[in-house]
Design a protein around this ligand. Structure first.
Ligand code: SF4
Length: 361
């Protein structure tokens, strides 16, 4: 395979020099403790760096160490994560924090295998913590790093393949510079994030590796990396009800397992229902709907499924049914709403605000 003939040692020095001059100032880099590196890496799995900064600062201000995270009440924890989505990640953070307290005296282990035995920590995150926080030569290989590697070596191997990922980890492990492991991990990620950009758009003219890069020399950088096409996401139709009685709205808790497990949500049913069917359904549930009016549709994309939602505003005569009836302060406060519902959450809060204002007048 082509990539075997490219010696990765030649990229180490120019990359570290560039990183020394061009690295972004980021809150988790100021004090790269194992705890802070861990939190930042989990947050950044699904969030852009700029968008993640305020979440990170708020999270570590509220929960500054493993003990605080282990002891945090669930509602507060979910609230701190609200807007980031993927709530299982923060639940796993807490499970792992409790194990770290019980098994490691509150200090994250440096051994990558021990790190990977904790919930939510895979090979990439273990590599990031081990190299950045503990200075160990353990590669942290994510999509950014795979892209840089594929272009630098002009490899057409499928970077979605676990075997290719393991090979890249091994190749990089052999060139980690002594005493600069954390900088090297971050330099690779940073180059992928700022210069060797995705979607066929590498900024080769500003790249410290330009003279050494095989795909640049061959004029094929924009064709790489190669990634096999994934199966399309499953589309799920849903009908969401903003069920309101006076200044209160109905919420229900999702099941304790599966997608958005245990979170509060608006009453909703699978499929796209019309107004008549909604009237019937609510009456079957023992409710007394007065009016049902359609709302704009909304869409939310999870990793494997897309929700295509139709919404209805439903006025009920009484607060009945298997729901919690909450006011607008509770909606904005203690009840973490999954970001899948953010369009309807915003709309509901606005309408309840204007209902409350008109009642005061
Ligand atoms: Fe990526 Fe271009 Fe740099 Fe090669 S020269 S590593 S393709 S940005």
């Amino acid at each position: 395979m082509e990539e075997k003939s490219t010696d990765l040692r030649i990229l180490v020095e120019p990359l570290l020099q560039w990183y020394g001059m061009c690295a972004r100032v980021l809150p988790w880099r100021e004090d790269p403790s194992p705890y802070r590196v861990w939190i930042s890496e989990i947050m950044l799995q699904q969030t852009r760096v700029e968008a993640g900064k305020p979440y990170f600062e708020r999270f570590v201000a509220a929960l500054p160490d493993v003990y605080a995270l282990a002891d945090c009440p669930e509602e507060q924890l979910l609230k701190l994560w609200e807007g980031l989505g993927y709530y299982n990640r923060v639940r796993n953070l807490q499970k792992a924090a409790r194990l770290v307290v019980e098994q490691y005296g509150g200090a994250l282990p440096s051994d990558p295998a021990a790190l990977q035995s904790l919930p939510g920590i895979g090979a990439y995150t273990a590599g990031a913590i081990a190299s950045i926080a503990f200075g160990l030569p353990v590669p942290a290989v994510d999509g950014n790093v795979l892209r840089v590697w594929a272009r630098f070596t002009a490899s057409r191997a499928d970077i979605g393949s676990p075997a290719v990922k393991r090979m890249v980890q091994e190749q990089l492990r052999q060139v980690y510079p002594a005493g600069r492991a954390g900088d090297f991990s971050q330099a690779l990620m940073e180059l992928g994030a700022l210069v060797c950009l995705p979607n066929g758009a590498p900024a080769c003219n500003g790249c410290p590796l330009q003279r050494l890069c095989r795909s640049h020399a061959a004029g094929i950088a924009h064709e790489l990396p190669v990634k096999a096409v994934k199966k399309p996401r499953r589309v799920e139709e849903r009908t969401v009800l903003l069920l309101v009685c006076g200044d209160r709205a109905a919420l229900q808790k999702r099941p304790e397992t599966g997608l958005l497990a245990g979170l509060w949500e608006f009453p909703s049913v699978e499929g796209k229902l019309g107004e008549e069917r909604i009237f019937e359904l609510l009456r079957e549930e023992g409710l007394s709907p007065i009016a049902v009016t359609p709302l704009p549709p909304a869409k939310h994309i999870f990793s494997h499924v897309e929700w295509h939602m139709g919404g209805f505003w439903v006025e009920a005569a009484h607060m009945q049914g298997p729901f919690s009836w909450v006011d607008v302060t509770q909606l904005r406060g203690g009840y973490a709403a999954p970001s899948a519902y953010k369009v309807y959450h915003k709309l509901l809060c606005e309408r309840l605000d204007s209902h409350n204002n008109s009642s005061i007048k």
